[in-house]
Design a protein around this ligand. Structure first.
Ligand code: SAH
Length: 285
């Protein structure tokens, strides 16, 4: 297996009809990894995820399914993995060594990681983000997902063992981003979670674009409760207002519920929301 693999649809294949909706000609729809001699073709308008990992076989993983999987097949976004092992030292392709100063575990070598980063950043514009998934990082958020979705793509480094040599983080000015206050065995799950959150914000990925506008966090509030058929289940009914057909009342009810849930469950979000509301009022007057 070569060092860099792409999981996006290959260009100029004849086995599937052209994807007219996406405005591209001849895109095959295989999600099998494609070996790369040269960097993969950059699809115009496609958001690109590049992931450095010791476990390239873990990709696309969950991202190859459902809406993100369809969008990957359709060329709305692309995925490349850079196999860190291929950059390892010696016959055994060693990527790690014992921590300076002693202690448990192993640390990923800066020379090995540096070579992988140079390849995974090749050809990217100067403001292309380079992130390291790390429990020490800034907590990932919807705002970060929105920012990253507005860029052409991102390179993510998945750590393993005790993580990266600090010099590599300093040298490349890598931004550390955390999935939450817990410790995983590796960055791959965090990378997939973040890529999912980003890709679903890209145009055309969710069928109904409005659905990203009303959901949790987009306005700083958690989402209102949702209901669907049957109208009665185990003696429980749907709130009358939702079946009233009165769109104004429905919107007002949803708003009130969203505010109540946010106030009860997440006082931190509620405080930020209230502050923003106050400053908006002040700006208007
Ligand atoms: N010794 C490190 C943890 C290493 S865990 C520390 O205490 O900070 C191994 C790898 O898993 C990390 O290098 C990182 O890439 C990934 N990882 C673990 N927890 C994570 C989290 N909450 N968010 C993002 N990545 C995480």
């Amino acid at each position: 297996m070569p060092a860099v693999m792409a999981y996006d649809a290959g260009m100029s294949s004849s086995d599937t009809p052209p994807n007219r909706a996406a405005g591209r000609k001849s895109i095959s729809v295989s999600l099998r990894p494609r070996a790369l001699m040269t960097p993969p073709p950059r699809l115009a308008g496609a958001w690109a995820a590049r992931v450095i990992t010791l476990l390239p076989e873990a990709f696309p993983g969950i991202l190859g399914h459902s809406l993100t999987g369809r969008a990957l097949k359709d060329g709305l976004w692309t995925l490349e993995t850079t196999d860190l092992r291929k950059y390892g030292e010696g016959r055994h392709r060693n990527v790690d060594d014992t921590p300076a100063g002693g202690g448990a575990g192993m640390v990923l070598r800066p020379d090995v990681m540096g070579r992988a980063i140079d390849d995974a950043m090749a050809g990217t514009p100067p403001d292309w983000p380079l992130l390291y998934l790390s429990p020490r990082g800034a907590p990932f958020s919807q705002a970060m997902a929105q920012d990253l979705a507005a860029r052409p793509g991102v390179t993510m480094i998945c750590g393993r063992f005790e993580g990266l040599d600090q010099r590599v983080i300093d040298h490349y000015r890598i931004q550390e981003v955390s999935l939450g206050d817990f410790v995983l065995t590796g960055g791959e799950i965090a990378a997939q979670a973040m890529i999912d959150a980003i890709v679903r914000l890209r145009p055309g990925v969710l069928g109904n674009a409005a659905s990203t506008e009303e959901e949790s966090f987009s306005e700083g509030l958690l989402e209102h409760p949702q209901y669907t058929r049957p109208a009665e289940w185990r003696g429980l009914t749907i709130p009358d207002v939702l079946t009233s057909g009165d769109h104004g009342r429905v919107a007002q009810w949803r708003r009130e519920m969203a505010e109540q849930i946010t106030r009860d469950r997440r006082p931190d979000l509620w405080e930020t929301f209230e502050k923003r509301k106050t400053s908006q009022k002040r700006d208007r007057s």
